[in-house]
Ligand binder design. Sequence first.
Ligand code: FES
Ligand code: FE
Length: 445
Amino acid sequence: VVDRLDDLVRLDTGELDRRIFSDQEIFDLEMKNIFGRAWLFLCHDTQIPKRGDFFEAPMGSDNVLVVRQRDGSIRAFLNTCSHRGNAVCRAEEGNVRNFMCTYHGWTFGLDGELVGVPGKSIFYKDKLDLSKHPLRKVAQLDTYRGFVFATFDETAPPLEEYLGATGRLGLDLIAERGDMVAVPGVQKFTVQTNWKFTVDNVFDYYHPQITHMSAFSVGLIPAPPDDFVEGGAKSDTGANLEVPFLPTDLHNFVVVGEYGHAISGPDQESLEVSAGPEPFAWRHKPEVEERLGRHGGRVAGHPHIFPTTWVTTNAQLSLRVPRSPDVTEIWWFSFRDRNASQEEQAASLDSQIHFFGPAGMLEQEDGENWAQSTLQTKGLQSREVPQLLKMGLGTSEVVKEDGLAFMDAPINEHAQLWTYHAWREWLRNPSWEELRERTIPRDRY
Ligand code: FES
Ligand code: FE
């Protein structure tokens, strides 16, 4: 696979080989070279406030228990018993004094140390050294503004450095809203799709007007009233479809950062059609600018932290969890400001639930496209047809300011292409220095 990477992702022509969405060998390599090395989001600080609180989080093909320690620190270890591998915890979250494996009863402390073995003296003749068989820990764990991340790679750079200006900006956009706490209960559901479809869709401002036409028609997404554009789509009767495309002079502001992080969304400076609930970044522009710089203040879009953490403009964070080449779990973490009024908090939750997640109108519509797109990458003939990311190709001048690199262009597919470029470099498994070097945006990529 590594030898074929340049053919799988063609930056010059904007073409992808469809096999990358269903090939088991590629999936296995992703687990090893991407999810085995990257800093991965686990949960929010406020989900495990008390000692003994735990939350089970995915890290690539593994599941870890994130546990609040007696001294207030956080540790994470694999949820697999050091005896014969059973999961030591079956609950998704909760509070415990210790973890007892339900198979033979080996018991582990909050710190993952093996503290109890049934029949230790009778059956093992006291020859088992308990200190040698703790639950296996992650290599590094750290938090950024309450967001807990971990990596299996002990040589990975510090979390803040990994996030870079682009990744930090995403988390800042939630943290800056107030005294933010995670709403209890993570919404989880499964889509029959490859994880990369769920990721590149984050940056796709070309699809809403078609995919989410029903959301426009019921007013969930207010359409710009007098800006219907004949978009080239035709109904089955042959009539031209009037599609409420975003105004053509609207610029999509794309920020790309090292390691594959990216942000894409309407540039608020070119956006006058502020219909519906005003995005946070617009409402608080002066404060956001003060903290994040002029360009940070312009972001009204969707920051994405490579590989699978997406921050929405609605104080939500979504984790795309790859389970196999064609099965992805979608996890939704919603946040609320503890100091906002009851009405404001209720309204915020209501909008969070109705946009995304299992009850969200948008993601059900997206999910059907992703599932079909994945299915069609499996056909012997179908998979020979390249996947296209040509929009805006060759117009990708990069401007660097405020530690961010950005491209200012109308609706385009730069951020998707950037993500696949980074994906390809990760799969080559270079050193961290090389990886950073190859994924720093140049004048043109
Ligand atoms: Fe856990 Fe045996 S597998 S105690
Ligand atoms: Fe969508």
